[in-house]
Design a protein around this ligand. Structure first.
Ligand code: AMP
Length: 710
């Protein structure tokens, strides 16, 4: 017996040595050995708990700490381990209790006091976050009441009868627009329900395509897509994949475009000759043309001008991408009342339709982006718990993988001759054929692909198995985001009540299979229309904001989160986090910083988003200088940096010296990815000019017809 105990202590010593050298994995092995030899020694559990905490094994660290306290309830240090473990597990009240119990045994303990204070602070922060949510909700309800009262007063003044939906004047209407990578959709709340508004050719979704013909005519939507293969250099699509990005960030995407995209002031611009003159368009301008088309569709259906919209973006869109979407709307003549996240909008559609409650995971795989969000739906409150995704993953990537594969197949068929090569027309034709084949493979096990290059016909077929193999790694990437969302929300997969599929690419059987396997065979909800659910949710939010009276909406509150961690750069390019990812929005967070040099009176504040601890790996959102800082030794001045995120997920950063009161502020706007106010005004004027040109063309065409009839 004595011998075993000595051996156990020997193992503990080895563990302590490894721990000091920060080799936690080795230390864990030694402490486990010590416990095996003598499972009655509380110190072994305490030490292993510390190791597991270092290795981020939260559950393991907690179990060991509990065992330690159970074995030695009078040992104060055990409570310090227990407090820290509960803290890491997010159980703040239990953590507080543990530190309190420890302090009863050892009242002066610095470690226990420190832990207690830290936990109290975290609890206070959490309470203020809840209070913030409640405040936002109350504010929103008050705004709605005010809007309703104003509408009622106006109706009375005009002597008009307010309709059952509460809309009295056209200005009230706020449409919902899903500005998709491949398709867009517009909806509105009318006659007590959401209506998807069909476009001029009677379709409920419109391709997000814009083209200029050789004759200088501008085409948007279906007509633009229909001529894409014939006119590849003059047909623009997938613009959502580059909007709000610097040229170098967008480069991978740009390489795939058959149209000309160049760098200007660090941003991508799309070049083309229109009526013999070289022209360049910012991505925002092309997206604005699609939005303008959606606005026109709404106006044609409603019979009056539409000026206000709720627009959706992928949950994983960063600040720059959101602002660029807002700019595009401004160019199109639309006021964005709110930007909402696509999966949240889809959850809104699903939740209202099915009257569901509980934990709902929305899996939104569209044409160009992938989002996954976990929501808690309860009594009209739609609270996003966590979100993750990839703004460069979607149906277009599956098409591209098939295209690359088939280029090789055709090459083999033609004795090594590359029949597609750099021929943009052949490339576009093949790409379209791949998209058709991919859709076919969702219901059939093989699909034919036929193209004609320079009058020659080429054909082959592709099986579902090959398609799945080509895209296997991309499908797996989707699952990684699902896991991350559950981890971030600290929810195990068994607790998820519903898994809702949104986005055209969720029709792919393998994607459904993988998801179903992951959720242990759970039935997936396919009842929402994957093409329309997002616009539906946006229309609901539009109705809420415009003060529509409806039973389902009165209690409706959306609480979303910020998808990426936000913070600033500190000495040594270290990223100091201010707002952790998945914090509920709107929110405001302040962190104190100081100077790094003696008598430094100004500081450069560089704002980043991302998850890396060194800023090099993160995305620079903008920077500004705060001057007028207290002249003092380094480390003495106290500068409060405050991040505020509004309900649309847009960020404002302010910095303030606590002593001198000097302050500086930016709404992140003027860095590389963004356009200045003058730029935006120029783009609005240009959009107006193009609108007039289009109208003139229509008038001329009508005139011609009339003359022919004569
Ligand atoms: P969304 O952006 O949600 O409109 O999704 C459009 C994407 O869904 C495009 O990449 C389509 O090719 C893809 N898609 C639509 N229907 C199917 C289908 N039946 N099978 C596979 N992908 C599809």
């Amino acid at each position: 017996m004595a011998d075993t105990s000595a051996k156990a202590n020997e193992a503990k010593k080895l563990g302590n040595a490894a721990y000091t050298k920060k080799d936690y994995a080795a230390a864990l092995g030694h402490f486990t050995e010590a416990i095996r030899l003598d499972p009655t020694d509380h110190v072994f559990y305490s030490n292993r708990s510390a190791c597991r905490a270092q290795l981020k094994d939260v559950d393991g660290a907690l179990a060991d700490a509990q065992k330690c306290v159970e074995l030695a309830p009078q040992w104060a240090k055990g409570y310090s381990r227990l407090g820290a473990s509960y803290y890491a597990a997010g159980e703040l009240r239990k953590s507080l209790q543990a530190y309190g119990d420890g302090l009863k045994l050892e009242p002066g303990s610095a470690v226990l006091t420190e832990g207690l204070v830290l936990t109290q602070k975290a609890l206070a922060a959490k309470a203020s976050e809840i209070a913030e949510n409640v405040r936002a909700a109350q504010q929103e309800i008050a705004t709605r009441e005010a809007t309703r009262a104003a509408a009622a007063a106006e109706a009375q003044a005009q002597g008009s009868n307010a309709g059952s939906n509460g809309h009295t004047v056209a200005e009230d209407i706020i449409v919902g627009i899903d500005l998709g990578t491949t398709f867009s959709c517009v909806s509105v709340w009318r006659d007590g329900r959401v209506q998807v508004l069909p476009n001029a050719v009677g379709e409920r979704t419109t391709p997000s395509y814009v083209a200029f013909t050789e004759e200088g005519e501008r085409l948007i939507g279906q007509p633009a897509k229909a001529q894409a293969a014939r006119n590849p250099g003059r047909t623009f699509y997938n613009i959502k994949r580059i909007i709000g990005q610097g040229y170098h960030e967008a480069l991978e995407e740009v390489k795939r475009f058959p149209f000309d995209v160049k760098e200007k002031d660090g941003k991508p611009v799309i070049n083309i000759d229109v009526e013999g003159k070289p022209r360049s368009f910012a991505p925002e301008e092309i997206s604005a043309m699609v939005l303008e088309q959606m606005k026109r569709t709404a106006e044609a259906n409603l019979g009056f001008e539409v000026k206000r919209a709720v627009i959706t973006v992928p949950a994983y869109f960063n600040d720059a991408q959101r602002r660029s979407t807002q700019t595009a709307a401004a160019i199109a003549g639309l006021k964005v009342e709110r930007i909402i996240n696509e999966p949240t909008a889809a959850a809104l559609a699903y939740g209202l339709d099915k009257q569901t409650e509980g934990l709902v995971l929305v899996f939104d795989l569209g044409g160009g982006t992938f989002d996954v969000s976990l929501l808690q739906i309860e009594g009209g409150m739609f609270k996003v718990l966590a979100t993750a995704g990839d703004t460069h993953l979607g149906g277009e990537d599956f098409d591209a993988a098939m295209q690359d594969h088939l280029i090789g197949v055709f090459k083999k068929q033609n004795k090594g001759k590359d029949v597609i090569g750099d021929n943009p027309r052949a490339c576009r034709q093949l790409r379209n054929a791949c998209e058709r084949a991919k859709r076919m493979l969702s219901s059939a096990v093989s699909a034919d692909v036929e193209i004609t290059v320079n009058g020659e016909e080429y054909n082959t077929s592709i099986s579902r198995a090959t398609f799945e193999k080509l895209n296997g790694p991309l499908f797996e990437r989707c699952l990684a985001s699902v896991k991350r969302v559950l981890d971030d929300a600290k929810v195990s997969r068994e607790l998820v009540d519903q898994v809702v599929l949104v986005g055209g690419s969720t029709r792919i059987p393998r994607v459904q299979e993988l998801l179903q396997e992951y959720f242990n065979g759970k039935q997936l909800c396919k009842s929402v229309n994957p093409d329309e659910a997002v616009a539906y949710g946006a229309a609901v939010q539009g109705a809420v904001l415009s003060g529509v009276r409806d039973k389902a909406m009165n209690a409706l509150i959306l609480v979303d989160v910020c998808p990426l961690t936000l913070g600033i750069e500190t000495e040594g390019r270290v990223f100091a986090k201010v707002v952790p990812r998945n914090t509920s929005v709107p929110c405001s967070r302040t962190r104190e910083f100081t100077t790094v040099e003696d008598y430094q009176t100004s500081v450069d504040v560089r704002v980043f988003e991302g998850e890396r601890s060194i800023t090099d790996g993160n995305h620079l959102l903008g920077e500004f200088v705060i001057s007028g800082i207290e002249r003092a030794k380094r480390g003495v001045p106290k500068i409060d940096v405050t991040f505020e995120i509004n309900v649309s997920g847009l960020l404002t950063v302010t910095a303030r010296d606590q002593t001198t009161g000097a302050n500086a502020k930016i709404a992140i706007q003027n860095d590389r990815g963004r356009h200045s106010q003058e730029d935006v005004e120029r783009m609005i004027a240009e959009a107006e000019r193009l609108r007039l040109v289009d109208e003139q063309r229509v008038r001329e065409a009508e005139q011609e017809y009339a003359e022919e009839d004569d």
